[in-house]
Design a protein around this ligand. Sequence first.
Ligand code: PGA
Length: 253
Amino acid sequence: MSPLFIANWKMELSIAESCSTAEEIERGVGQTAFRGDVVLCPSFPMLASVAPMLSQVLLGAQDCGWQERGAFTGVVSALTLKELGCRFVIVGHSERRRFCSESDALIAQKVRSALAAGLIPILCVGESWDERQAGHRDRVLFEQVEHALEGLLFEERAQRVCIAYEPVWVIGRGTAVEPSDIHHAREVILACLKEHYALDTIARAFSILYGGSVNADNIGSIISESGMEGVLVGGASLKAHNVLSMLRALTNE
Ligand code: PGA
């Protein structure tokens, strides 16, 4: 299966930079042998400008509201994101858990809200350095996945969720964790899913990804050795030529 490549641009690019980077990636993707999905996640104000530039590349958002509509100042609903052309939305990124105090309960509502709007949530989970040092990594992962999906039934066959394992302490660090470590995290996430879903539902509805200091040097081994189905890339996705190098690395070009 072709891997999924998701670019998380965070709050790093201006409107003009987002548009020119998106345009360059859109133009360049067809010249690579990469056949998986490439998803760009600019910040909210850029979505409407970037959307018309994309045809092969898909659009995603970095967050969404937990309700469909209502008196929620400053919040952008999943329905609006869908209307803007988004197919994916990042939910529960560690920066939102940390800086915006997002709880597991809120994140669970956002996952539902995204699915109800017809979006694919990219649920981010991952341990902090302290949790890892204390030997709690597996428990943290298991619980974050369990809380975010609690009671979720995949009644509509088209519904899908991506789960991105992002060790918090590795984000923006420059060095990813070892593929064997990522593989272990994948096993923990799968074990949690197996407690709640049948194997065919897991195969159909879930993709498990890795994020945290992915770059052109490590992306190939991460995908080939960890078993992950894709990557969520921050810093290294801000320049079009870096994105294209990573896509080429995935196809050994
Ligand atoms: P990074 O960020 O690639 O810059 O480590 C990944 C993320 O936060 O999603």
